[in-house]
Design a protein around this ligand. Structure first.
Ligand code: FES
Length: 200
């Protein structure tokens, strides 16, 4: 298998993610070990759920493989395209809702969300403090108001740009901040816990 794939196991204590370059692997969560194998033939037919990095091979109608770097709403500049810590263009971060990204440390990935409040872009771990396995953004954007990110599960409210919970079952707790900065129109990971990142 040429490209790495990402495997995530969700537990009550959070997510564990590994990326593998072979057709077999394992994820260790607590005392348990989950082993898995990948049907490489099926993956070559385009059913692979994830590929590593920002480049994915898609097939157009003629069956020809195309490079996704040539497409998309925000083509990166040559400099930003080579920086593994670049996540997205600032303009791609919504003022309503959120988008997801993966922050990577070696073989381990952590899912995060980006939101834009006022002039700032903020990143949080995609996890509710009340029940860490609950994603604030399940894949189509977290619920937001003018001032808050709202957990869809039990309605906890977190101040946008601050992460502090003002209402709900985890009142008084905060979202886990992931440090990012905006530079030349792009958002970059600056959090030292991670080596690289990519938009999901
Ligand atoms: S899981 Fe988010 S408020 Fe309960």
């Amino acid at each position: 298998m040429d490209d790495a794939i990402r495997v995530t196991v969700e537990t009550d204590d959070g997510d564990e993610t590994v990326r593998i370059h072979d057709t077999e692997g394992a994820v260790e969560v607590g005392d348990a070990m989950f082993r898995f194998s990948v049907d490489d033939e099926r993956a070559d037919d385009g059913e692979r759920p994830y590929t590593d990095g920002n480049v994915s091979a898609d097939r157009d109608n003629s069956g020809t493989e195309t490079d996704s770097r040539e497409q998309g709403p925000s083509a990166a500049t040559p400099e930003s395209a080579t920086d593994p810590r670049r996540l997205v263009a600032v303009d791609d971060v919504p003022t309503r809702g959120t988008i997801r990204f993966e922050a990577i440390d070696g073989q381990r990935g952590t899912e995060g969300i980006l939101e834009r409040s006022g002039d700032g872009v903020y990143a949080w771990r995609n996890s509710c403090p009340h029940k860490p396995h609950v994603r604030l953004d399940p894949g189509f954007g977290a619920r937001t108001t003018d001032d808050h990110i709202v957990c869809h599960e039990h309605g906890a409210r977190f101040v946008r740009g601050d992460g502090f919970c003002t209402r709900g079952p985890c009142r008084g707790q905060s979202l886990d901040l992931i440090e990012v900065e905006c530079r030349d129109g792009d958002v970059y990971l600056t959090d030292e816990r991670f080596d690289s990142g990519r938009r999901l």
